[in-house]
Ligand binder design. Structure first.
Ligand SMILES: *[C@@H]1O[C@H](CO)[C@@H](O)[C@H](O)[C@H]1NC(C)=O
Ligand SMILES: *[C@@H]1O[C@H](CO)[C@@H](O)[C@H](O)[C@H]1NC(C)=O
Ligand SMILES: *[C@@H]1O[C@H](CO)[C@@H](O)[C@H](O)[C@H]1NC(C)=O
Ligand SMILES: *[C@@H]1O[C@H](CO)[C@@H](O)[C@H](O)[C@H]1NC(C)=O
Ligand SMILES: *[C@@H]1O[C@H](CO)[C@@H](O)[C@H](O)[C@H]1NC(C)=O
Ligand SMILES: CC(=O)N[C@H]1CO[C@H](CO)[C@@H](O)[C@@H]1O
Length: 607
């Protein structure tokens, strides 16, 4: 037996899907095959059908059933499961006993789980997944019936130690989605009442195992009753799967592991799974998901929709620690967050970052499939300035990076009297940006008192803007307004703030129709080089409005190649329809659209 086994690998092949690029959704349907390498290194393929392997037998479709059993529906419409069987001297894993009966799923404990080891099978560069029996803790491996040396040897799946020589290579690829998987038998009584029959599969979308979980939550091949329990059990690098039903969250889920939260749309339309805060869940400062590791924590949110059940309820989606946590060390947290195809919408909070709040971040990536919509940060109480209902980041260290793509629509920050009336950042609020920030997202219909789309408190590193800003508003809430699309209060020495995007139809009910700044330190750069059209300031600075009690130091470039057209400064009869910069009590300087159109060279201040 031993010599044969050392050459053997059992490969569970989930037949390849038509598309396997990037983020894929795993299919629960697969065929199980064993490839045995002979002495000449030629592989013979066997199929794990029933009790033994029959060479060249075509693959049968298996799938995960009842959360962590492997089985299929037989010709009689019964669900049968892969189980550990015993006849005479032979122990084996199969679905058909020696006597020819099949082991129904009810008779089998919930037993199979997989775990991945980073060893390849020698041929493919695929990770190896061991199939482990939860009951015995042992792993499936290939055994042989060598009792009768005259007869041809037969192989079967046995149980043994979870060692590399016993490894079962489960290559988790996608099943061809064109082949409909067999529908589950309705006659089976559910085990432990924990799993519902799977919804009828879409012929075009491979389904994930989570689609069979009643509460739509799966971790390590186990269904969970709540998302919180799954997070409580998840260790570093775990992937929690959600999908099939709306996953409800009724209290904050605090977690300190590095986790991927992966959604699956199952039979529903769309390409995301939905997570919803129940209407009873209200928290003025907390969130549905809270990353609490004081040190590094890497998190991925993928293919998810997050919202709350009731209009007007106060709850946020994701928070890291806040600056005041850990006795003021909260900002030393190093959260790395990657958002792929994330849709957060229709939620409100008194705090910044109703969608995403990060105090300390090493990396934030928001991809082009993300959408943040109808998020609101509002309160009438306290000394509140930070808006950023979609995203708020307090601290980005020098080594950190932020990449924001996607769309931000109709978000708002609003702090009416007796609060400050100066909500900053209709969609995004950035505080201390020492690292590198790149924005390529689209912003429309966002509103705040300062920074209709984005408010930045301080740039210390590089901020490169390639965003598209339309119809954002800096609204006067009783005490002035500034920066229709975006603005920055302080450019530190060494800072670079480059506006290379499109800024169209934005409005400031005070100064800076599109953009604005206050303090520019020496050795900073501020550049206007994108497309600026039809922005309007009720006061001054149709495109750019600057006011400060300090002198303008640092370089400012209004690039001659910028498109600057149709901007309006109502407060001074269009004298500053391109820009106005005021150093209070000392000097002021402005350019109108008319003057700009006469120019043939860039306008450079402090060259
Ligand atoms: C498995 O992964 C660990 C951690 O990444 C690594 O240190 C180790 O060398 C890997 N082993 C193999 C055989 O690749
Ligand atoms: C502009 O944004 C406002 C919200 O601030 C919205 O009501 C309006 O429909 C938007 N207009 C266009 C043309 O997008
Ligand atoms: C600046 O914007 C232009 C026009 O959209 C684009 O072609 C160019 O690549 C941008 N520059 C950078 C460095 O992204
Ligand atoms: C403006 O564009 C022209 C042509 O593309 C280029 O030669 C020139 O260097 C650009 N000027 C500036 C200031 O970037
Ligand atoms: C400012 O410019 C706009 C757009 O060209 C024009 O409609 C408006 O009448 C101008 N206002 C003044 C006071 O000239
Ligand atoms: C929401 C809003 O008032 N948007 C305005 C932005 O500015 C353009 C140009 O002045 C207006 O047409 C929009 O109505």
């Amino acid at each position: 037996m031993a010599t044969i086994i050392s050459f053997a690998g059992i490969i569970v092949v989930l037949a390849t899907a038509s598309s396997t690029s990037g983020r894929s959704i795993q299919s629960p349907t697969f065929t199980i095959e064993a490839s045995i390498l002979g002495k000449n290194n030629a592989a013979t393929k066997y199929n794990l059908g029933d009790k033994f392997f029959e060479p060249e037998d075509m693959g049968r479709d298996f799938k995960w059933v009842r959360s962590n059993q492997i089985g299929y529906v037989n010709d009689g419409g019964e669900e049968v499961c892969l189980s550990f069987l015993r006849t005479g001297n032979n122990d084996y894993i199969g679905v058909e006993t020696m006597s020819g009966s099949q082991s129904l799923c009810e008779n089998t404990p919930e037993r199979w789980e997989t775990f991945i080891v980073n060893e390849s099978d020698g041929n493919a560069e695929e990770p190896v997944v061991l199939l482990r029996d939860a009951t015995s803790g042992q792993c499936a491996y290939l055994a042989t019936d060598r009792g009768n040396s005259k007869e041809e040897e037969k192989y079967y799946l046995g149980l043994g130690d979870c060692e590399a020589t016993h490894r079962v290579n489960l290559v988790l690829a996608l099943k061809n989605s064109e082949t409909p998987s067999p529908s589950p038998s309705p006659s089976q009584s559910p085990v432990k009442g924990s799993v519902s029959p799977s919804p009828s599969p879409s012929p075009y979308r491979p389904m994930h195992q989570v689609c069979d979980c009643t509460e739509g939550v799966l971790l390590n091949n186990r269904c969970y009753a709540t998302l919180k329990e799954a997070f409580d059990d998840a260790t570093d690098d775990a992937t929690i799967h959600v999908g099939g039903v709306v996953v409800k969250v009724s209290e904050p889920i605090k977690f300190d592991s590095s986790i991927t939260l992966q959604g699956h749309a199952c039979a529903d339309e769309g390409n995301r799974a939905k997570i919803m805060a129940t209407s009873s869940f209200e928290t003025l400062s907390g969130a549905m998901l809270m990353a609490t590791n004081p040190d590094e924590q890497n998190i991925i949110f993928r293919d998810l929709e997050i919202t709350s059940e009731s209009e007007g309820q106060y709850v946020a989606a994701f928070h890291s620690l806040s600056e005041s946590d850990l006795e003021g060390e909260g900002s030393n947290q190093k959260v790395q967050l990657v958002c792929n195809n994330l849709y957060i919408h229709d939620m409100q909070s008194q705090e910044p970052g109703v969608g995403i709040f990060l105090s300390g971040t090493n990396e934030l990536t928001v991809d082009d499939q993300c959408l943040f919509e109808n998020l609101l940060t509002t309160t009438t109480v306290g000394d509140k300035w930070a808006g950023g209902p979609a995203i708020a980041v307090i601290f980005l260290p020098e080594s950190g990076t932020i990449d924001i793509d996607g769309q931000f629509k109709n978000n708002r920050a609003f702090f009416p009297s007796p609060s400050t009336r100066h909500a900053g950042g209709g969609a995004i609020y950035f505080d201390w940006m020492a690292g590198s920030v790149s924005v390529t997202a689209q912003f429309s219909g966002n509103q705040a008192n300062q920074g209709g789309a984005i408010q930045i408190q301080a740039i210390i590193g590089d901020f490169f803007d390639n965003g598209i800003y339309t119809n954002n508003t800096a609204a006067d809430e009783g005490n002035g307004a500034r920066f229709g699309a975006l603005g920055c209060i302080k450019l530190y020495s060494g800072a670079s703030f480059v506006l290379n995007g499109s800024y169209i139809d934005n409005l400031s009910e005070g100064r800076g129709g599109a953009v604005g700044t206050n303090i520019h330190q020496s050795d900073s750069l501020f550049a206007i080089q994108g497309t600026f059209k039809n922005n309007r300031a009720r006061n001054d600075g149709g495109v750019w409005g600057r006011w400060s009690s300090t002198t303008l130091k640092g370089k400012v470039v209004i690039d001659i190649n910028a498109t600057i057209d149709g901007n309006i400064a109502e407060g001074d009869g269009n004298d500053s329809s391109v820009y106005n910069t005021v150093s209070s009590g000392a000097s002021s300087d402005s350019i109108s659209q008319f003057e700009w159109e006469q120019r043939t060279t860039s306008k450079v201040i402090n060259p």
